[in-house]
Design a protein around this ligand. Structure first.
Ligand code: ATP
Ligand code: MG
Length: 389
């Protein structure tokens, strides 16, 4: 019987909470595979078996699994009774053609202490069958192909090779955050990093329509869709920010505006966080990347929030962030030109070392509470899900 065998990563280490983590992963697997022909997803001593209804679903199953957090690796396996002939036949049926490899090794793991044949002996005997079938040489250290057999009471899983998973922790085990999503390269990567640690991220995008075009909202929506392929459900808040910026320009001197915009964004995001029961915020700030991202400015900006503000990219280079954005699939969307909110009413020489008292003085001239309330009340909330119904 063909199945997919999933091995989980760190969650194996989580002591008493382990069954909760695994249960969450199983639930997420059900969600990620929704709409495919899956008979069952079940846990079996340190691994998860996905029983497929139809072999045709395999490439799609693999594609979906490649975006599930908490998987160390996964393989298409054959499950057979744990006798030598059945195992050897299962392996032979999965071997690639002779040209595909030059060397191999067989790795046997027993999660059944009653199984009579010692692992090295079984590996050797199965190896000799492979050698007869393909003539590859055995290489215990750098084999081209690793053939694995895992024995549990009553069954053996046999498979050739395995696919790496994303690692991280199962979605939903880390609590909820609010992510500030611009149309840029960094913020989707930052949100994704938190997702990878099991956090569900509600996304907030500030746009300046009708002062600027709608492209930033469309980009935010597309970015949110890509991120939803990882977390399965996303709430996206589209918050009109242009009018608030206009108000700020009327009473705040040019060089401080970006700081005041950012502080207001954090406060609005924090209000959203209280609505969705999120415990912290996440942004794509990187030290030194732009004027608003100096250490002095970040410190003053953060003082506007009462909950933690996470910046998972703070110490990364642009090249590293771009590589990650490409891997996760947001880069192509992020580089489409648009008119970002922060380009609206922004001075050419923003403050790089904001001082707290100057910012406080500037904010005293603004009806901050009303501004937050207006923004949250006029936000449009969209619910995204994957796979799409
Ligand atoms: P990004 O690529 O994430 O846009 P950036 O290098 O353009 O980053 P900034 O524009 O200074 O940097 O923004 C810093 C962070 O502030 C962003 O990563 C994002 O979390 C948040 N942010 C900025 N603009 C917006 C916006 N219009 N809507 C939501 N969040 C925003
Ligand atoms: Mg930006």
């Amino acid at each position: 019987m063909i199945c997919v065998l999933v091995k989980y990563s760190e969650i194996a280490l989580k002591g008493k909470n382990r069954s909760w983590f695994v249960g969450r992963l199983v639930r997420n697997l059900h969600g990620a595979l929704a709409g495919l022909h899956i008979k069952e997803v079940r846990t079996l001593i340190g691994r998860i078996e996905i029983v497929l209804g139809q072999d045709e679903a395999l490439p799609e199953v693999g594609d979906r699994l490649s975006r599930v957090f908490g998987i160390a690796h996964y393989s298409v396996a054959t499950r057979v009774p744990p006798d030598f002939e059945s195992m050897a036949a299962a392996i032979e049926s999965q071997l690639p053609p002779k040209e595909a490899a030059e060397s191999f090794r067989v790795h046997v793991r027993r999660a059944d202490s009653k199984f009579p044949i010692p692992s090295p002996e079984l590996a050797r005997d199965l190896g000799s069958r492979v050698w007869t079938a393909r003539g590859w040489k055995v290489d215990l250290d750098h084999a081209d192909l690793v053939i694995r057999v895992e024995i549990i009471p009553g069954s053996a899983f046999c498979y050739v090779g395995r696919e790496p998973g994303l690692g991280g922790l199962p979605m939903g085990t880390g609590g909820r955050l609010v992510g500030l999503l611009s149309g840029g390269i960094d913020s989707p990567v930052a949100a994704w990093r938190m997702m990878k640690r099991g956090c569900n991220v509600t996304l907030v995008h500030f746009h300046s329509a009708p002062f600027l075009s709608n492209t930033s909202q469309e980009k935010a929506r597309q970015l949110a869709e890509v991120l939803t392929r990882y977390q399965l459900r996303t709430k996206l808040y589209l918050v009109p920010f242009g009018e608030l910026q206009r108000q700020i320009t009327l009473s705040v001197q040019g060089d401080l505006r970006v700081i005041i915009y950012r502080r207001l964004m954090l406060r609005i995001a924090q209000r959203v966080a209280s609505h969705v029961r999120a415990r912290a915020l996440v942004t794509g700030d990187v030290i030194g990347q732009v004027a608003s991202q100096t250490l002095d400015n970040m410190a003053v900006i953060d003082q506007a929030a009462q909950i933690p503000v996470f910046r998972p990219l703070v110490a990364m280079d642009k090249e590293e962030i771009i590589a990650e954005a490409q891997r996760l699939g947001t880069f192509g969307i992020s580089i489409v030109p648009d008119q970002d909110s922060c380009t609206l009413f922004t001075p050419r020489h923003p403050e790089t070392h904001a001082r707290r008292y100057a910012v406080d003085e500037a904010e005293k001239t603004l009806p901050v509470d009303t501004m937050i309330k207006t923004a949250v009340d006029s936000a449009v909330v969209e619910q995204l899900s994957y796979p799409r119904a």
